[in-house]
Design a protein around this ligand. Sequence first.
Ligand code: ADP
Ligand code: ADP
Ligand code: ZN
Length: 218
Amino acid sequence: MVRTVLILLGAPGAGKGTQATRLAESLRLPHVSTGDLFRTNLSQGTELGQKARTFMDAGNLVSDSLVIDMLFDRVGQPDCAGGYLLDGFPRTVAQAEALQQRFDGGEDRVVIDIQVPDELIVERIIGRQSCPKCSAIFHTRFNPPTSEGICDHCQTALTQRADDTAEVVGTRLAAYHEQTAPVAEYYRQQGGVCAVNGNQHPDKVFEACQVCVTEAAA
Ligand code: ADP
Ligand code: ADP
Ligand code: ZN
């Protein structure tokens, strides 16, 4: 059985989560976000959450071994047996190599790189509002909820992530350029990356992502 493994690359705030939600639904793949997995661990007060917190709050990447163990545990669950969508993993070449080693040849890997210029990232991050219950993503200006501060889907009060501040965003962008940009290069050498312009309406970004998936299947 061929398993689709869809990998979304992109800077913090590029729109990975927004597109992942839509793609997961249209492709019927489970949406696996390492950021969400860490935040769930944080809110549940697990040891893993405690370990990840200092890195996340400072805008640094969590160590590879912690992320890889957590990710493999998640994608080893039965709902991922037919494929899955990765949002926020891999973020280092070491993570990409570990994932590649885990594959058994039955995977149909699709890598999409959502590209957004750095100067647009700050406003996206500062205005992001997230639902602590259903993980829905909004933006005070670009994608406001119907009633201010309330999730459209589950009526929970929206929150701002602790790391979505002007102070931390610079560190996160630097981590992206130093550690994650080489991941796109790794995949370019390993069969290709579909680049998508993330600086357009989310509907257009979604259409472009769908083209990537269709072309990969052709
Ligand atoms: P973003 O919206 O910036 O893309 P995420 O929600 O994906 O953020 O991740 C939030 C934080 O969680 C990151 O800044 C990092 O500390 C940690 N994290 C998430 N995924 C990874 C990963 N694959 N490797 C290392 N750290 C990660
Ligand atoms: P990532 O998961 O890559 O960090 P998100 O999907 O959480 O990114 O998007 C970051 C912020 O930018 C959110 O507030 C989201 O509503 C907003 N956003 C997402 N896509 C777009 C877009 N195409 N145009 C404008 N704002 C967007
Ligand atoms: Zn919600």
